[in-house]
Design a protein around this ligand. Structure first.
Ligand SMILES: Nc1nc(=O)c2c([nH]1)NC[C@@H]1CN(c3ccc(C(=O)N[C@@H](CCC(=O)O)C(=O)O)cc3)C=[N+]21
Length: 303
């Protein structure tokens, strides 16, 4: 390569390849009389959540599965949301349910997640599914952390590495410890036999972030802080995966632009890195649809 710098891991191309596979699965299941349906639930008007619901709408259509979006007002009561979740749980045409985040402050996220039918909980937020994932025996792998490892696994395969041996000899550093991304990433890295380092905002606040991130042969950043990771945080030859999608205003044009948690200059000495946009993000919607198809297949086996 003449350009220098790291190889870019193309999330859009990998998302398209995954989408083709899922579309074939949908056809195969339809021939067996199995139908797949995704239900998304949005309470209120969060912009990012609404935008993600529209992405999922397109992802569902692209593989030929049903999608129904349920939009409740921001003041919807706990009882109204629970009633909707129960109805979706009973609906045989719904195989997967996604409750968009963030929820309005008056709703208890944990209570709603626990009310989901675990067999339809395609983001693994129900305690049973979160527990299975932590034990290393997941029913569903949640889409964002799954996408990170899908990109990483496929990158290692294309590079001709013995993936299992490589993970066992490597350190994966995860920045961010959210329930939906950081914690499942720790479980997935552990399941591959990697040495795992977990940092959160306290590591950064107390000035120790670079000390730990520079240990990572893999550095995954899911902090939601634009440009948090700079060159001094990245080990030469590392693979860097950026989960951040931060909207920042462009004063020149008056528009907003998406930037990651990794400063573009940070990865100059890395082996490979995911861009934002076009890295982890595009794989997530296809993965979620794949989980919806998997849920339908499992439900059919039980009947
Ligand atoms: N329960 C729940 N699960 C979520 O996963 C969830 C959520 N709630 N609430 C909203 C956020 C937001 N989110 C995005 C995922 C992918 C892109 C994405 O693919 N972005 C493109 C760029 C799109 C553009 O350029 O506008 C990219 O990264 O290349 C964006 C946003 C998932 N979220």
């Amino acid at each position: 390569m003449s350009r220098g710098g790291p190889a870019l891991i193309d999330g859009r191309a990998r998302a398209r390849a995954l989408q083709r596979r899922v579309a074939c699965d949908v056809v195969r299941l339809a021939e067996l009389g199995v139908r797949c349906g995704l239900a998304t639930v949005l309470v209120g008007t969060d912009y990012a959540a609404g935008a993600y619901a529209r992405r999922l709408e397109r992802a569902a259509a692209a593989v030929g599965i049903e999608h129904r979006h349920h939009h409740l007002p921001a003041h919807a009561s706990r009882g109204e949301v629970l009633e909707l979740l129960a109805r979706l749980g009973d609906d045989p045409l719904v195989s997967g349910i996604l409750v968009l985040r963030p929820l309005p402050a008056h709703l208890d996220e944990g209570e709603l997640f626990t009310a989901l039918d675990p067999a339809k909980d395609i983001e693994a937020v129900h305690p049973e599914n979160a527990g299975l994932l932590a034990l290393g025996t997941p029913r569903f792998v949640p889409s964002t952390p799954a996408s990170v490892f899908h990109l990483l696994d496929s990158w290692l395969d294309e590079a001709g590495t013995d993936r299992d041996a490589w993970y066992r000899g490597s350190t994966v550093c995860v920045v961010g410890r959210s329930n939906n991304v950081g914690k499942p990433l720790i479980s997935l890295a552990s399941a591959r036999g990697a040495t795992v380092v977990s940092c959160d905002e306290n590591t950064s606040r107390t000035g120790r972030l670079a000390r730990y991130t520079s240990l990572g042969d893999v550095l995954v950043v899911a902090a939601g802080v634009p440009g948090l990771i700079r060159a001094e945080h990245v080990a030469p030859g590392a693979v860097v995966l950026d989960v951040g999608i931060n909207p920042v205003p462009e004063p020149a044009t008056g528009r907003t632009r998406l930037v990651g948690d990794v400063d573009p200059g940070a990865v100059a000495a890395a082996w490979a890195a995911t861009p934002v946009p076009g890295g982890v993000g595009p794989v997530t919607d296809v993965w979620l649809v794949q989980n919806t198809v998997l849920a339908a297949e499992e439900a059919a086996k039980r009947r």
